[in-house]
Design a protein around this ligand. Structure first.
Ligand code: GDP
Ligand code: MG
Length: 181
């Protein structure tokens, strides 16, 4: 008997403060590029990453980048609607962006839920780890604890610049979504 081919389309949000590297992470993951200058286009931007997950499964990740609205620190329900996963990003070299993480998580959890009522699986990205390695090392146990307390699936140090842990973070997110399906 022929096996059914499974195809999924997952809406994945990428949120976090302005300048933390959301667009850079998406461009790195989808187009394998890095640039110092991405213009903050106003509105919503999408990028599509196609994963040949296993011989029977194709997964399309629709990555939703926010552009220009970060300064409000929240998004509309319409924007979050039908998301099945999220990345929340902060910049390890700017403490204020980490303080904003719980605010983003809270915004997400109050405005969108999975069909089964559970929280949208979210992975925390500690981005720009190429910049302040020592500062972050010091806070690793803190981050681990923070993720447990705040309902994150997990976290990764990432660098869009040096291509560190972005694929791994996406894999964890997809595995979590598939486990819910
Ligand atoms: P966004 O506002 O969250 O979309 O942030 P951007 O992707 O526009 O990045 C803001 C700035 O940080 C840009 O100058 C990027 O080149 C830089 N940047 C993004 N990711 C990294 C990273 O991993 N390492 C370093 N050193 N710079 C980064
Ligand atoms: Mg951006």
């Amino acid at each position: 008997m022929e096996k059914a081919r499974k195809e999924y389309l997952f809406k994945v949000l990428v949120i976090g403060d302005l300048g933390v590297g959301k667009t850079s992470i998406i461009k790195r993951y989808v187009h394998q590029i890095f640039s110092q200058h991405y213009r903050a286009t106003i509105g919503v931007d999408f990028a599509l990453k196609v994963l040949h997950w296993d011989p029977d499964t194709v997964i399309r990740l629709q990555l939703w980048d926010i552009a220009g609205q970060e300064r409000f620190g929240n998004m509309t329900r319409v924007y979050y609607r039908e998301a099945v996963a999220a990345f929340i990003v902060f910049d390890v070299s700017r403490a204020s962006t980490f303080e904003a993480v719980s605010k983003w998580k809270n915004d997400l959890d109050t405005k969108v839920r999975l069909q089964n009522g559970k929280m949208v699986p979210t992975v925390l990205l500690a981005n720009k780890c190429d910049q302040v390695k020592e500062g972050l090392r010091y806070s690793l146990p803190k981050l681990e604890h923070f993720c447990k307390e705040n309902g994150f699936v997990g976290w990764f140090e990432t660098s869009a610049k040096d291509n560190v842990h972005i694929e791994e973070a996406a894999r964890l997110l997809v595995e979590t979504v598939l486990a819910v399906e």
